[in-house]
Design a protein around this ligand. Structure first.
Ligand SMILES: [Zn+2]
Length: 562
């Protein structure tokens, strides 16, 4: 039997050190190529592109009706707006589809994390793993400047003409060019938060208070930086991402609709308006750009959001508990995975399949395949049969009593075999549809003909909203139709932006130009140009960084990984 070495923290440190040296070298080379270590300034900004993660009409329409979002209302009147759909309704692939015009099977960003061939270590994805060209790269190739702030996958920077301020998800807080951070710090004063995640208890009554203050500071920072950067450098395309809409709605939805949830009056008072306040702040931020007739403003969300109350949940339940499975424990009971003597550590020499991570509606299981996996034991010839067998076994898991389940089915999973990464993609409806500790948590499930307490296999969260496919799209500008209801998909955004810059669209892009949003006259005078592909040259894929501790903590605090 192969001896398995335990991962050591100092090894990681050395790796992180080497990576940071590499990044510094990379930055130095890029910068010396540019010769000047300052931001390229362009004549004027043509497109302002804002992504509000998880923003939804479910919240915005009532606010518009109450006249609380006058600038959004103005875009609806003077521009085009409607649903922007994404499948999967999940941030990493959706944010990447937005900037590539490609579905996830082409751009290859499926999740926050991935696993490299020949390894068992889960690492964070980064922009160098995007396998197709982004609009940032295409615009730069045509000498257009691009400024990016807080875009989900924004490090290492894919921009040479313009600037990049990486997102919360980046493994580096360096900016491109390097001295931009210093310049921003000198020119913009941001309130400092008292605590880090670890010592928040010293300053805050609960995690929500800490989280809320941190996110509010972050939103203020993004707004001030955006105003400064657009004024000073006028990149031809300025793109900025906000995340409060996603994470804030997941956490605070229940206080916005207290009548559907178990919340106290005190909590309702304290948190009831935080979601509305965020949208109002964004509304104020966009005002000068909405009123500038030379600027095209494009606002999107990578997916929508809805409160659990919209779901057909078990009557009488208070659905503010989010459930997630501990898949490795289930695989263990199915005889596919072994733990080392009563610990959580996997014994790879006896493990045929393991949980590779997963977020929201789709979760993945990988086969511990020989040669591909570091400690692989499954022969290639067993692979297909084993995949089918695992899917069948998962589908056989049942609640002991069908009364708990909507529609009378006792099945917990819809299991899908996948031809991409990971080997088996699971659709896990249970996570969203079954709230309520009282009704379900103390029940039993049948795995491999044995009855177990369900709570052995679940982990709990306290969110009150979930992603949905329909997000938002708003467009206003000199060549955009007025008061026009449209509907689009996340893959249509990149081709549409290229067209607005008078640049050709890749024929291999899965999305297309949103002709429904463009003025007919402009469209007839400016026929669409195409190129076969922007991906003929090899897109570089290196600089794979190991998941860093601070990012892991951040993902944990957001509830995306356990
Ligand atoms: Zn998202």
């Amino acid at each position: 039997m192969k001896k398995i070495k335990k991962r050591k923290i100092n090894k990681k440190r050395i790796f992180a050190f080497l990576i940071s040296i590499f990044i510094i070298l990379f930055m130095t080379i890029t910068i010396s190529n540019l010769q000047e270590n300052h931001v390229t300034k362009s004549a004027k900004t043509k497109v302002i592109f804002i992504c509000l993660d998880g923003a939804t009409w479910n919240v915005m329409i009532p606010m518009v009706e109450r006249d609380e979002l006058p600038n959004f209302k103005k875009i609806m009147r003077d521009g085009a707006y409607g649903n922007l759909s994404s499948d999967p309704a999940f941030s990493p692939p959706a944010w990447t589809s937005i900037i590539t015009g490609m579905e996830q099977d082409k751009h290859k960003i499926y999740n926050f994390c991935t696993i490299l061939s020949g390894s068992t270590e889960v690492i964070q994805v980064n922009s160098s793993m995007i396998k197709t060209k982004t609009i940032w790269q295409i615009l730069n190739n045509f000498n257009k400047t691009v400024g990016i702030n807080n875009w989900l996958m924004s490090w290492p920077p894919l921009v040479t003409k313009g600037f990049v301020i990486p997102s919360w998800f980046a493994t580096s807080n360096l900016t491109y060019p390097l001295n931009l951070r210093k310049e921003l710090n000198e020119n913009i004063k941001i309130k400092k938060i008292n605590a880090t995640g670890k010592n928040y208890r010293k300053y805050y009554l609960n995690y929500d208070d800490f989280w809320l203050e941190r996110e509010q500071i972050e939103t203020d920072r993004l707004i001030l930086e955006s105003q400064y950067l657009i004024d000073k450098y006028s990149p031809e395309l300025y793109a900025v991402g906000f995340y409060f809409t996603n994470n804030g709605q997941e956490r605070f939805w229940k206080y916005m609709e207290p009548e559907y949830y178990n919340v106290s009056n005190e909590e309702k008072e304290k948190y009831g308006s935080v979601i509305f306040d965020f949208y109002k702040e964004i509304d104020k931020f966009i005002e000068p750009y909405v009123n500038n007739d030379n600027i095209t403003l494009i606002m999107v969300s990578d997916h929508g959001m809805k409160g659990f109350r919209n779901q057909n949940i078990v009557p009488g339940d208070h659905p503010h508990v989010l459930w997630g499975w501990n898949y490795n424990k289930i695989l263990n009971k199915l005889g596919l995975l072994e733990f080392k003597n009563n610990s959580d550590e996997i014994d790879w020499s006896k493990t045929k399949a393991y949980y590779i991570g997963g977020f929201f509606t789709k979760h993945g299981i990988n086969i511990n395949l020989k040669e591909r996996e570091k400690y692989g034991i499954v022969e290639q010839k067993e692979y297909d049969i084993l995949k089918k067998d695992i899917a069948k076994k998962l589908l056989s898991i049942r609640f002991t009593n069908q009364n708990y389940i909507e529609g009378g089915s006792t099945r917990l999973f819809n299991s899908i075999e996948s031809n991409s990464f990971p080997d088996i993609v699971l659709e896990d409806y249970f996570r969203f549809k079954w709230g309520g500790r009282e009704k379900v948590y103390n029940k039993s499930i049948i795995i491999n003909n044995e009855i177990y307490a369900l709570k052995e296999f679940v982990e709990l969260n306290t969110w009150s909203a979930e992603h949905e496919i329909n997000g938002i799209l708003l467009m206003k500008g000199p060549n955009i139709k007025k008061n026009k209801l449209i509907s689009a998909d996340v893959i249509d955004i990149a081709p549409t932006i290229l067209y607005l810059f008078d640049l050709p669209i890749g024929r291999d892009m899965d999305g297309g130009l949103l002709t429904q949003a463009i003025n007919e006259e402009y469209l007839s005078q400016n026929p669409v140009n195409y190129v076969d592909s922007y991906d003929n040259e090899e897109v570089k894929s290196e600089n794979l960084e190991s998941i860093s501790k601070d990012i892991k903590e951040k993902l944990e605090s957001l509830g995306y990984i356990n």
